[in-house]
Design a protein around this ligand. Sequence first.
Ligand code: HPA
Length: 268
Amino acid sequence: MGKLDQARAAIADRVEVPEVAMVLGSGLGPYADSLEDARVIPYSEIPHMPLSGVSGHAGNLVVGGRGGKQVAAMQGRAHLYEGHAANVVTFGVRLLAWLGAKTLIVTNAAGGIDSALQVGDLMVISDQINLTGTSSLLGPNDEQLGPRFLDMTAAFDARLIELATSIASDQGFELKRGVYAGLLGPAYETPAEIRMLRTLGADAVGMSTVLEVLAARHMGMQVLGISCISNLAAGIGEGPLSHEDVETTTARVRSRFESLLSGVLGAM
Ligand code: HPA
């Protein structure tokens, strides 16, 4: 039995087929507590599931209902910079696809590069730049999961981007839109690196997400990405940058973030 089958077998009796998979990034995990009839499965009970040692990443799979949908939410994620391989950090996303989820909502805290972005903004991801230097699709391709050469022309679902934008507007705020660059980390960028990223077309920067999107698209999921702009990127704001500030901002915008997610789930 493959790793995905082993993990699925270990939790199958506690999980209905989720319609929507969610990855909740730094400081955004508490959203999972709002799921109805929630069942909490610690990652430690899921074979092959990597743990995250990062503050703000609880390490639970939380399954429950919201907006009339069955949701499986990853409360916290593992990162490349913790020393995991690319196919390890994406194991959770692959497992949720293997369980039957057709949509992935991926969230993160990110540094704002574009001048239109302010601390506390929510940004829907229109496209991504993978600058991690690796890929979650490395190695022999499992044709059961997806194709060898994956098309990434429309990595983020245009219909979901429009839906999220109009729900935000109904809720009285502007959902920003931009390109997310995913880097290895764990150091924040230098101002020179941020100038480079701006030249490359990045609007926001973080240390996650891009490999998960590759894995999700590989398995045919449609993807919606939401970044919480937790700080202005190095050299754009006053600096210095700290993880504490990232967590403080995500906590401050949590209620707006949560209403947006619930609105999207209800309207999908
Ligand atoms: N850079 C990289 N990752 C981040 C940042 C940042 O400025 N903010 C939150 N995650």
